[in-house]
Design a protein around this ligand. Sequence first.
Ligand SMILES: [Zn+2]
Length: 367
Amino acid sequence: MREAHGSYYVLSLHVLGTSSAKPTRGRSVSGSYLTTPGGAVLIDCGEGMQERIAVHDRWLRQIGSEERTRLGRVRAVLLTHGHLDHCWGLLPMLHTMDKDGRTAPLAIHGPTSRAALNWVKEGHNEAPSLASGIHPGDLAIQFDWWRRHGGKEGTLRFDVEWHLHPLDDIDLDGIEILNLDGTQIHAFPTNHGVPSIAYRIRTPSTPGRFNIEDARESGLDEESIRDIAKDSDSDEHRGPRRPRRTLILSGDTTADVPSFNGSIGPVDVLVHEATFDDAHEKKASEYGHSTARQAAQVGMEMGARLVALNHFSSRFQDLSHLGDEASEVHPNCHLLEDGDRLQIQRDGMIRVDRRTTDAWVSILELE
Ligand SMILES: [Zn+2]
């Protein structure tokens, strides 16, 4: 995928919600639109997500961007957990897709537990009590409810493939839940009180840099050179293949996640929640969240090149001290804002661009 300035990105994340729990001061609740070489996916889908995607897409069209965030192109929705600020926008979005005339199937993925799956199978007509050990916000309970209230095959003109992944079946190495034409998506259990997972998105490797001098010296005519240069399957007259690129999105979690270590890597970008600051460290672990400093520490342990922070508590008017605390631990930390675009290019360059009235403004470049 080629941008107007000539660089090639393999992953492009449009961040459309960076607030925790409730919308506040220009920040909406969780949801991001990710373009991969195998198509677009949404990661989390808080309230109003369909509208946020449409507004962002209109803005992209207005500035003449080649890249768009069209709802109709979304192949899968990846929910990190069942708290409403991460999933309440899903059912209305399905109906919008239907009214837009969608016919392509949509896959929806999320974590659950064996106990919650059994509860649903038993056909209870009520939410489980807390004494049952099943969290009423478990996505198995919500998927069941949504299917019975308008998200069902037959009500919508397109097929919805509901995929629940019991944490009981996922070990520290994670499981591959989806493969989008070579882009692998793995789920890893996290720690948030309700079944929750992080997603790792890993692109296929890409061809090495084309060496036009080398091709000319071999005596090829210009037309053949153009053909070989365009053929991404050919390694002729090219440098070494460029490695796969990896993005991890944590969802909501404490920093205490056994699979978040060096063996999950190599990682280009970790998008990690940073609900709290140092002064609220105790609260962070009590409520299943992380501080900015802890998120940066997780990034160090997994060897992430950039740690991008999101999911900030609405109690903070100014977030700069969260950035300062994280930067004491990891040299490359970034506080995300709604509308930010985070790209990983095939040569490894990481860029963050900020949405302004009429253009992207580059705010970070990391080679
Ligand atoms: Zn949560």
